[in-house]
Design a protein around this ligand. Structure first.
Ligand code: DC
Length: 488
């Protein structure tokens, strides 16, 4: 809406970086949208300075600054165009109840901006979090051909979130208003220590500073439903009024780094894409299939009878399974001191592993180890039961799949590259279908798509396309503020 500041510079920089790969232009739109102001709100007094906006956008690297008139956006006037209505579930918390019609106005103008400019990527500030979530849903529901990227909130040295409306605060009002960001920062520290967050107490503190509190709520950042901050990722958001000026701010409460679960059938290309994806996002890669394979290798090496529960339990009692990163960045796996990274990929292990993976004591042992490896988050784990059993509260769950024909082709090319004899495609497809059958029909933790997982069918997609899609999905489930993705 103009009145550009440091936060916008950051958005433009991010767009500029992304535009390099795509040889695209960065268009900065400046439009004070009349539809998103209520009758008693500050449409007339909203800060406007197109000259200084132009300079800032130009310096930040914009190719074009586009400042349309109301008539350019709504020929014939706003009332001669369709008006969109935001779903109630996204509008009945946070700013929605305090600004009736606001988000309908935002959505109605956004669809015009998008259809006029037709951008590849839309960059929006996370500062207006509810707006970001609503626009994402708009794009998703209308299947608009644009990616939406949220960019983290930029703050002034005193902690206050950069906002165009800040410039309307007098110095004494600024001293009061900064209390909102201070309270939010305190809540983050408390949450890290495991202390509970008392929003009523926070509201009192804000009132004591001379602010009027519209709301201070803890919600799920994506559904925007009220949640307890103890639950996974939580948005703590507030709106205050300092005299006539209304300001919003938020923070995220989270006690660990993000977790990503990637499940799917054999040969869907999980390992390759997960490894690349983890590297790009600076998350640790955990190949849980390798753990089942290592145990299978040990069973075969020690000739353990898998029907002999006592022998199995003895094996598990003394089991020392380690996953480590080798100096060249690859993952190595050792079991009881033996490095078995290569051995676990042989056809003997592959043929037997699904059977071993049905044994409950082995699943319990490995699931426990996997859970403890993920206790602080920061992991992308791939397997069959990650989203359903190992990390059911992962921020992003993917069910990666492909037709059995495509998977057989991929397996063949993989074996060829590794110099291993390639069976016929028919045999490979049969083997894959047999493993699918075993993995998805076993009693404990069968392979199945978690209810909240996103299914990604990769037929016809190359590795980079799948990785790019995964990054896009990650960005839509984890705020940049929590985990900056280095890819733009
Ligand atoms: O992904 P992979 O092919 O390396 O996995 C080997 C086997 O291990 C697979 O057939 C099923 C089993 N597995 C499992 O049951 N649960 C997991 N989380 C990972 C693998």
């Amino acid at each position: 809406m103009g009145g550009l500041h440091k936060g916008h510079t950051h958005l433009i920089n991010a767009a500029k970086l992304a535009s390099r790969d795509q040889s695209a232009s960065v268009v900065v739109s400046v439009f004070v949208n009349p539809l998103q102001f209520g009758p008693k709100e500050d449409f007339q007094n909203y800060p406007r300075d197109i000259e200084s906006d132009f300079d800032l956008a130009n310096e930040a690297g914009a190719s074009v600054i586009w400042a349309p008139t109301i008539n350019d956006i709504f020929p014939g006037g706003p009332s001669s165009h369709f008006n969109l209505k935001v779903p109630v579930e996204l509008n009945d918390h946070l700013c929605g109840p305090y600004r009736p019609g606001h988000f309908n106005g935002v959505a109605s103008v956004m669809i015009r901006l998008l259809t006029i400019i037709k951008p590849q990527i839309l960059f929006l500030g996370e500062k207006d979090w509810q707006q970001l979530i609503i626009i994402r849903r708009l794009v998703e529901d209308l299947d608009l051909p644009v990616k939406v990227r949220g960019i983290k909130t930029i703050r002034d040295p005193d902690g206050m979130a950069c906002s165009t409306r800040n410039e309307k605060l007098s110095p004494s009002q600024r001293l009061k208003a900064v209390e909102l960001s201070k309270q939010l920062a305190k809540a983050v520290e408390k949450n890290k220590k495991g202390d509970s967050i008392d929003t009523n107490h926070m509201k009192l503190e804000l009132k004591k500073s001379g602010l009027t509190v519209d709301y201070l709520e803890t919600v799920d950042p994506y559904s925007l439903k009220i949640i307890n901050p103890k639950e996974k990722l939580c948005l703590l958001a507030g709106a205050i009024r300092c005299g006539e000026i209304r300001l919003i701010d938020h923070t995220f409460l989270m006690t660990r780094k993000p977790l990503v679960a990637i499940d799917g059938p054999a040969g869907a290309g999980k390992s390759t894409v997960t490894r690349k994806f983890a590297e790009k996002l600076k998350l640790l890669y955990l190949d849980t299939g390798a753990m089942y394979r290592a145990v299978t290798w040990l069973i075969q090496d020690q000739n353990v009878d898998i029907k002999d529960k006592v022998a199995l339990n003895n094996m598990l009692k003394n089991l020392d399974l380690k996953l480590e990163k080798s100096p060249n960045g690859d993952q190595t796996i050792s079991i009881n001191g033996d490095n078995v990274t290569e051995q676990i990929r042989t056809s003997g292990v592959t043929a037997f592993v699904s059977q071993v993976a049905t044994i409950s004591s082995i699943r319990e042992f490995l699931t426990k180890q996997q859970k403890s490896m993920g206790i602080n988050g920061g992991i992308v784990a791939e397997g069959r039961d990650i989203g359903t059993s190992v990390f059911p509260d992962a921020e992003l769950k993917i069910y990666l799949t492909a037709s059995s024909k495509e998977r057989a082709l991929r397996r063949a090319s993989d074996l060829k590259k590794r110099g291993i004899q390639v069976p016929s495609l028919e045999d490979l497809e049969n083997q894959i279908q047999q493993r699918d059958e075993l993995d998805s029909t076993r009693d404990i933790s069968p392979l199945k798509k978690a209810e909240d997982a996103i299914e990604l069918k990769t037929d016809g997609m190359n590795i980079d396309e799948v990785v790019e899609k995964l990054i896009e999905l990650f960005q839509s489930k984890v705020p940049e503020e929590i985990w900056p993705s280095a890819s733009y």
